[in-house]
Design a protein around this ligand. Structure first.
Ligand code: 5AD
Ligand code: SF4
Length: 469
């Protein structure tokens, strides 16, 4: 069947719901069939999966969490480290097995791995049972690819120069908090990172469109939004209309939605105006994810990060001084090529100075096509693993310390839902992004309430609702 081009439909219609919702030939075509959607990687992928889910549901599929029950499997993949690749190819093995028993099963692969030429070649040569490969720039083509799936491999992946689409449809995971894309891609080209190659150059959405989406979400009852981009501080730099992240953040705050968050911030573009806006508005949450990557200025230079250890510490102190009680988390890579013991100790030094609320730590993974992957590395894996272990011990010590400060205090928590492990409990997050497991609280789901913290662990807090008299 020939379907109208969704890109064209998007240009023609503005507010109007896209052709999928209007075309009865396609809508509900797969009624009664089931989809299994698996998402790997970062928040960007999680949000992209909300778009994928919408298309699957418009086609009539219902979600299943059991792979074996599905009629279509969609894997939304991540390429950031080698182990992400391995996981997907491992999972594909299960799908291949299932397809032997169920030949009509459709297998679709999207996300960052699809944007890598070597991966697409590997799928072509070793996994021809895959039906569809679609990229991060043309998720909107998925319905067309599914309807036309012929049982042979169909690869539709666009190059890096993606468009900026507006009025994208999403089937959002939550009715309480929502992701809002403010930009796509990244121009920073840190030497270890594959993202600028898989997600393309930076493209910011127009400020009016972003604000419109936030207003819609507020009117729909959402309590929290997270402005999403690979490097949100650089928002607007590609628009040439004086847009900036601080301006966007301020305009978003004025809309009056209860909670605003943003990820991810690069220490390089973090302006004083941004810090002022964060400090000024109560509905901008005092929580910043500020990736350090390394504490050694020498390694930072090799990583192409464009700040030194001292620049980072100065920024950290400025934020802590201007935004009281601001929680700060980070990302750290150990074992960048030729990282010496002294370099690694500089990283520990910064961790000791910043006493992070939390940190995501990784062993460097060479990514084909990136400049760092060409550097000959003299450090063995065992040394890298030992460094990671040592770093994690320190990071966890500070997470626990930061959490212990909450014991006995009352904090505001947005209650999100029932606790998965214990149905007598609910869970939510503090303004500073601490996960709180709450005794009871079912009547408060979707509300921001005062919670008294009774116990602190390394990665979560326990608490009980404070009943206001
Ligand atoms: N190897 C290890 N970690 C990486 N990251 C990005 N690229 C690599 C890589 N090649 C980490 C960075 C980034 C986080 C999302 O993933 O710390 O901030
Ligand atoms: Fe990758 Fe650096 Fe861009 Fe972050 S800022 S996505 S680490 S290139």
């Amino acid at each position: 069947m020939n379907l109208p081009d969704l890109n064209e439909a998007r240009k023609r219609t503005d507010k109007e719901v896209l052709y999928l919702e209007n075309d009865n030939n396609i809508k509900n075509m797969f009624d009664g069939k089931k989809y299994f959607l698996k998402t790997y990687g970062c928040q960007m992928n999680v949000h992209d999966s909300e778009e994928i889910r919408k298309y699957l549901e418009l086609l009539g599929f219902n979600e299943t969490e059991v792979l074996e029950e599905s009629d279509i499997v969609v894997l939304n993949t991540c390429a950031i480290r080698e182990n992400a690749h391995d996981k997907v190819f491992g999972y594909l093995g299960r799908c291949k097995h299932l397809k032997k028993e169920k030949p009509e099963l459709i297998i679709a692969i999207g996300g960052c791995m699809s944007q890598e030429e070597n991966v697409v070649n590997e799928i072509k040569s070793k996994h021809p049972y895959v039906d569809i490969v679609f990229g991060t720039h043309n998720i909107n083509e998925l319905p067309k690819l599914i309807v036309n799936a012929k049982g042979s491999l169909d690869i539709e992946v666009y190059s890096n120069e993606g468009n900026v689409f507006e009025n994208v449809l999403y089937s959002r995971d939550s009715k309480i908090k929502a992701w809002v894309n403010i930009m796509y891609g990244c121009d920073k080209f840190c030497t270890y990172c594959i993202v600028p190659y898989t997600r393309g150059k930076q493209r910011s959405r127009k400020i009016d469109k972003i604000l419109e989406e936030v207003v819609e979400l507020k009117n729909a009852g959402y309590k929290e939004i997270t402005l999403l981009g690979q490097n949100v501080n650089a928002y607007g730099k590609d628009l040439n209309d004086n847009s900036s992240f601080s301006k966007l953040l301020e305009e978003t705050a004025k809309i009056g939605i209860e909670r605003i968050r943003f990820v991810t911030s690069h220490p390089w573009d973090f302006t004083d105006e941004m810090i002022e806006v964060i400090a000024k508005y109560d509905n901008i949450m005092p929580y910043i994810h500020l990736p350090l990557q390394s504490g050694s200025s020498k390694i930072l230079k090799l990583m192409g990060r464009r700040y030194t250890k001292q620049d980072y510490l100065d920024l950290y102190n400025k934020i802590k001084n201007k935004v009281p009680n601001c929680a700060i988390t980070t990302d750290i890579i150990v074992g960048f090529p030729n990282e010496t013991e002294e370099d690694f100790n500089e990283t520990l030094d910064v961790v000791n100075a910043c006493k992070y609320d939390g940190a995501y730590t990784f062993i460097y993974s060479p990514r084909e096509g990136t400049p760092a992957s060409k550097i000959k590395d003299s450090v063995d894996l065992k040394t890298k693993e030992e460094r990671l272990y040592k770093l994690n011990e320190l990071v966890n010590k500070y997470s626990l310390e930061a959490n212990k400060n909450y014991e006995g205090k009352n904090v505001k928590v947005l209650v999100e839902g029932i606790n998965e492990k214990d149905s007598n409990k609910t869970f939510g997050y503090t303004e500073t992004m601490k996960l709180v497991n709450i005794s009871g609280g079912k009547d408060y789901i979707g509300q921001i309430v005062d919670v008294k913290i009774t116990d602190a662990k390394s990665f979560s807090l326990d608490g009980e609702i404070v009943e206001l008299r």
